[in-house]
Design a protein around this ligand. Sequence first.
Ligand code: ME8
Length: 653
Amino acid sequence: MPTDTFYITTPIYYVNDVPHIGNAYTTIACDVLARFHRLLGQDVLFATGTDEHAQKVLDVAQSLGKDARAYVDEMEPKFKQQWSALEIGFDDYIRTPEPRHVKVVQAIFQKLLEQDDIYLGSYEGWYCVSDETFFTPAEVTDERCPNPECRKPLTWVREENYFFRLSKYQDRLIEYMETHPGWLRPDYRANEVMAFAKSGLKDQSCSRINTGWGIPVPGNDSQVIYVWFDALINYLTVAGYLQDDEKFARWWPPSVQMMGKDIFVRFHCTLWPAMLMALGVELPDIFFGHGFWTIEGEKISKSKGNAIYPTELVTELAELSGCEKNVASDAVRYYLLRAVPFGTDGDFSRATLIQHFNSDLANDLGNLLNRTLSMLHKWFGGEIPPVSRKDDALAKLAEEATTQYVEALENVRFSHALEAVWSLVSAGNKYVEQSAPWALHREGKEQELADVLYNALETARIVTVLVAPFMPCASEKMWTQLGIPGSPAVQKLPESTQFGGLRSGAKAGSADPTFPRIDTKKRKPETGAAAGTSPKKKSDEAASANVISFEEFKKLDIRVARIVSAEKVQGADKLFHLSVDAGEGKLRSVVAGIAEFYDPAELAGKTVVLLANLAPAKIRGVESQGMLLAADTDGRAILLQPDAQAPPGARVR
Ligand code: ME8
């Protein structure tokens, strides 16, 4: 594998429907690998696109009374919209009707014809329009597609076709597999390819009768090139084959070609390598055939109406949690790659998505970053403190996690990589619990307290770099919260995860949680696979978003406080700058909008109620470290007061 470049491809998807969560899975996986390899310092070419010359695409267009060309043009923006909702950062998006591709497909067909790897014959057998696959009578038992994922009725086809001499490459292919362990992944799928190749490869029909849709066979307009022959060549077109020799030399062969198990054995690991052998072009480094998602135990199917579309899911999750849409998109990306080991099948359910959201993101990650940041704001005015002792154990764990993460992603093991990162997150949280910064603060151990917060935030910084390929938007937010300039996406591995990179003296951003916890008790139970997308359910959930759980209430630090002094904030008629004793040994500065209703002298000595863990903010240039609670009656603020004597610092529960 060339060390300075990384070329990765998704399959190009049929445009007879907008992409659903299954297509999104492959595309997200490729996007994560692309971003990871950029962190490794490689130049990346990440390509995706659409496969538009399928018979089924023509059938859908015709059923809608549309011209095929107009129909596919309408579909393209819908794909890009779904990918944009998932923050997919492809470098090239190829559509098969593009002139750059048509030229390459026809030139390849011509070359293979001239060298007698393609010949004219006649085909008689089955064709599955849904899978766009030819099947021999021996493969079919009941006139239905033998692919267990499809099982649609087949069409008997009898027509003059061109054939590709696939059989000629059988032995070379078997030998290549035998001498290149790790070429096809996971291993268990490699065995399927070997069994298929050994079962005896037949020459492959590589054209169809021209019904007005497809790339015409050069010199014979009565035929169009078979959609799979056309589609597979997209990988060569993207790399510049027969268009730009320098570009092609730089990018070819692909480092990873990714797809689902449905198109792994027959097309990508048999027909495609044989086509490349016939062209004398090097074979891709790795083919990966991942597992399939079902939804609540059911196959994803347009006809069943259970398909989940990324944009809808992202909107739903954002509404449910109250997070921003791009953060919700990150959570979907995270969930898909964390919940199931890459390669095996998975069953999608909103319940497990929410479980991962709450437990891994809101709790684990939120504790490490946002809880520590709140303490930083509370005790250090939000400034990263100087550190006198970096924690060696955490530093070692960060190094180990990075090594495991890199190794896992180099081997396309997403869930392993995330497990390594979460072991570091847990270690960081455990460190905070054991160091008990709140006790250090109480005891006035300033430097020890500074060390603990620094070490915890430094762990959060390293975690932020490592999660960046999975969660590009949330990681940017987290980076800003840590007060670090630039972006985690342009860091370099492993240097940037060396312990100690966090700069003391930097001003941290807000401590607001990036992933607000979803209140599961308030969630309506799911009914059916497409549950959650109905307007009724959405409004129920939006209403429930206004209710907080006891857990959330417990996060509020409300205390009794005594106002020591009050003065007007210069240039602001409505604001008072108050000094407040909240029982912490030193006074807090609080800005309150009560100047219209109280006299400064009247306020001094009053016992009031303070929300003490509101993120500090600068109001008219004055630091405000909390909020006084007041009743709002007809626009007048009336300060709340305990009805019997309570000392400053007493908790309100
Ligand atoms: O086959 N779970 O396109 P396609 C996981 N045009 N992944 C899934 C999935 C599921 N339930 N459903 C689909 C084609 N996928 C051809 C490819 S390439 C030269 C031509 C993903 O639109 C998975 O990657 O049917 C699968 O291989 C691909 O979508 C099929 O997409």
